[in-house]
Design a protein around this ligand. Structure first.
Ligand code: ZN
Ligand code: ZN
Length: 303
C-alpha cells in the first residue's frame, strides 16, 4: 500500500527575530520553519532559525539508520524571503553533506530569483561559505498560483493547474495562493494535501481584512489545520496597521468562515512573553474554540 501520510512539524514560531529575554521560551524562540513529510518526501518551508534544529534532527534520524524518509533528496519552499525566514539557511547542516540534493521550488521575489537571493545571502560580505563551495547539490524550480507540485511514491513533478485534474497515483500535493498584504512583495500561502482529503494550510506574514480574506477562506476551506499569522495583540495592531501581520481575531474569522478543524496562531511577536501569549490564546479561544498557540515541535499527522 502507498504511503500517503501527511505530517507537519513546527520548528520556528517567531516573527522578526528570536527573542533573547528569558520569559519567552514556553512556545519557542526560533523564527519560521516548518517540516512537512509527504509520504517519504521531506519538504521544508522557510529557513528561519528553526531550520537549525530541524537539520540536527534530520542528522540524528540519518545516524539512527532509519530509512523511512528520503533524506538525500529534500524539497524547500519559501513563503517570502524576509530575513526572519532566511536567516537559518546557511546553518542548515545538510547543505554541507555531499549526498544532499536540495530542490528549491519558489517563485521570483521582487524581481530577484530565489537563486540570486540565496547566492547573495551566502556571499563573502555576509557568510564565509558560498553556494558554489557547498558540497550539496541545489536545484531551482519556479512556482506560481497556476502550478501544483505533485508527489508520487518515489518522485515529484510540477504540473499546471489546468492539467492537475488528470494526475493519477499521487500521494501528496502542494498548491499556493499569492497574498499581497505583506510589504513589499507579498507572500505565498501554501496548502499541503493528501489523497484521503486531509489538508494543512500555512498562512504566515499576512494581514487580515475586515470580515476575513475571502480568497484565503476559500483556499483553506475545510482544512484540518490552518496555521495563521497572529503577530499583534489588538492594541498593538492599532499602531502597526499596514505592517503586514494579523491579530488573533483576524485569524479566527478566517478559521470560522473556512470551517477549519484547528487554528494554530504563529509568527509570535518577539516581545511577547509566555504569559502574554497564554493570555492571547485564551482570548482567541473565545472567538474560535479550537485555537492554539504554535509551539516548537508541535506536530499534526494524517493518514
Ligand atoms: Zn516574518
Ligand atoms: Zn515578512
Amino acid at each position: 500500500m502507498k504511503n500517503s501520510n501527511l505530517k507537519v512539524k513546527i520548528y520556528g514560531v517567531r516573527g522578526s527575530f528570536p527573542p533573547t529575554n528569558g520569559d519567552a521560551t514556553k512556545y519557542g524562540v526560533n523564527t519560521t520553519c516548518l517540516r512537512v513529510d509527504m509520504g517519504k518526501h521531506l519538504v521544508i518551508i522557510d529557513a528561519g532559525t528553526g531550520i537549525i534544529k530541524l537539520g540536527a534532527d534530520l542528522i540524528s534520524e540519518i545516524k539512527a539508520g532509519t530509512k523511512k524518509q528520503n533524506y538525500q533528496k529534500l524539497f524547500m519552499l519559501f513563503t517570502h524571503t524576509h530575513i526572519d525566514h532566511l536567516m537559518g539557511f546557511p546553518y542548515f547542516q545538510l547543505l554541507y553533506m555531499p549526498q544532499t540534493e536540495l530542490n528549491i521550488i519558489t517563485a521570483t521575489q521582487l524581481n530577484y530569483s530565489i537563486e540570486e537571493i540565496l547566492e547573495t545571502l551566502m556571499s563573502p560580505a555576509f557568510f564565509p561559505v558560498t553556494i558554489a563551495e557547498l558540497p550539496s547539490q541545489l536545484n531551482y524550480s519556479d512556482f506560481a498560483e497556476n502550478k501544483v507540485v505533485f508527489f508520487f511514491e518515489d518522485d515529484y513533478e510540477i504540473y499546471s493547474t489546468k492539467d492537475s485534474a488528470n494526475v493519477k497515483n499521487w500521494i501528496g500535493k502542494i498548491s499556493c495562493m499569492r497574498n499581497y498584504t505583506h510589504p513589499k512583495g507579498g507572500v505565498y500561502i501554501y496548502k499541503f494535501e493528501n489523497p484521503s482529503g486531509h489538508s494543512i494550510v500555512f498562512a504566515t506574514d499576512i494581514e487580515g481584512f475586515v470580515g476575513g480574506d475571502n480568497r484565503l477562506i476559500k483556499f483553506a476551506e475545510n482544512a484540518d489545520v490552518l496555521i495563521h499569522d497572529a503577530q499583534y495583540s489588538i492594541p498593538e495592531y492599532e499602531i502597526f496597521q499596514g505592517f503586514g501581520h494579523s491579530t488573533y481575531e483576524m485569524a479566527c474569522q478566517v478559521a470560522k468562515k473556512a470551517g477549519v478543524k484547528k487554528l494554530i496562531l504563529s509568527h509570535h511577536d518577539p516581545k511577547h512573553t509566555d504569559k502574554e501569549l497564554e493570555a492571547l490564546e485564551k482570548s482567541a479561544k473565545k472567538v474560535f474554540s479550537e485555537t492554539y498557540m504554535a509551539s516548537e515541535l508541535m506536530e499534526f499527522s494524517f493518514q
